[in-house]
Design a protein around this ligand. Structure first.
Ligand SMILES: *Cc1c(COP(=O)(O)O)cnc(C)c1O
Length: 357
């Protein structure tokens, strides 16, 4: 294997890929590690997939016109302001290529790890500013200087959201330098304030959303970006240079069906938020520190237990949670909110670990 390394381009040898949370095979775990939905997709999604399968001999619509129109209606913006990608992650990758390649971007030290990977891929200098002691972001720390800015809001793994006023200041500061503010709103259905109203007055704000979390479609791979049409043109240019056929037929049809049943997604989100409240109080009753969460997960630590010990004790009880090795957060666990039964089991397991008697 080592010998064959020479066949890889220098560019590839230098890449630093991001590693997503584990998808276990074999043993069945309660998966609270990758922020998937505990619910099935909307019933209409299954019907739409069956109908669309008959059309698979034909290439998909590379512009995703029907889906973009539906999303435009949902968000009250023009379809020209929407780009659809194979997951939010692809949309983010194309954003880095279109707006940040060869330049410089600022982000938070505790944030979505994929940003650093994309910066490396695109030859972008990635500078981070520390989040505050309570893991919130000080917008002033991201203002000034000749940088683009990339944020997840609500942020992961902290679950904390930056209010819209802060986002506006950052966006205005970027605009003054001719730079883009990229806001990854993967978790916005679960809390926080969307940057969407900023699009009315600012032409340098790009918002990325996903069907993976609130719509329970992580296996489908659909996400989208919203911005001024001129910026969306840039994303199309990048897309047409990588994968001109864009998003496959099944994905477009299923995502469209999901948008047609937003009421279903809203019920799922409401159930997750109710379970989040219950789970967070259960954790606090056991002595955990739990950050206020605007996402479909909580970020928590126990004063008397190391993070890696808690994570592996949970694993041995059949429950997967996520932990990150950055020094500021090694002892914190990011725990996805599943259904009531899963969260009861998580509380039960944690009780035997932190308060055995
Ligand atoms: C889950 C997640 C994504 C990934 O979305 P996909 O549509 O599944 O690619 C992007 N950004 C953040 C912050 C996420 O948590």
């Amino acid at each position: 294997m080592r010998k064959q390394r020479k066949y890889l381009s220098e560019w590839t040898q230098a890449l630093q890929p991001w590693i997503p949370g584990e998808q276990p095979r074999g043993r069945r775990y309660i998966k609270l590690n990758t922020n998937e939905s505990p619910f099935s997709p909307a019933p209409g999604v299954i019907t739409a997939l069956q109908a669309e399968a008959a059309q698979l001999r034909l290439y998909p619509d590379p512009t995703c016109a029907a889906l973009r129109k539906a999303l435009a209606g949902l968000h009250g913006i023009a379809p020209e302001g929407i780009f659809v990608g194979n997951g939010a992650n692809e949309a983010l990758a194309f954003c880095f290529a279109a707006f940040f390649a060869g330049g410089a971007v600022r982000g938070a030290d505790i944030s979505y790890g994929f940003f650093a990977t994309l910066a490396k891929l695109c030859g972008t200098a990635y500078h981070t500013v520390p989040v505050l002691e309570d893991f919130s972001i000080d917008p002033d720390s991201l203002c000034g200087g000749n940088f683009g800015v990339a944020l997840a809001n609500p942020n992961t793994p902290t679950s904390r959201a930056l209010p819209r006023g802060g986002l506006r200041s950052i966006a205005e500061s970027c605009a003054a330098q001719g730079k883009v503010l990229l806001v990854d709103e993967a978790y916005i259905s679960f809390g926080g304030e969307s940057a969407l109203p900023l699009l009315e007055t600012l032409d340098n704000v790009v918002i990325v959303r996903t069907f993976s979390k609130a719509y329970a479609l992580a296996g489908l791979r659909v996400g989208y970006a919203m911005a001024h049409p001129a910026l969306i043109e840039g994303l199309n240019k990048v897309r047409n240079s990588f994968n001109p056929h864009g998003v496959d037929r099944l994905a477009q049809a299923a995502a469209l069906a999901a948008v047609y049943d937003t009421a279903y997604a809203e019920r799922c989100v409401a159930a997750v938020c109710a379970a989040r409240l219950r789970f967070a109080s259960g954790l606090k009753a056991m002595g955990f520190t739990v950050l206020p969460s605007d996402a479909n997960f909580v970020f928590a630590r126990h004063p008397n237990h190391r993070g890696d010990a808690l994570q592996s004790a949970l694993r041995s009880k059949g429950i997967l949670v996520r932990r990150f090795d950055e020094p500021r957060i090694v002892d914190w666990l990011r725990i996805t909110i599943g259904n009531d039964e899963e969260m009861d089991k998580a509380i039960g397991a944690l009780k035997t670990i932190v308060a055995p008697r």
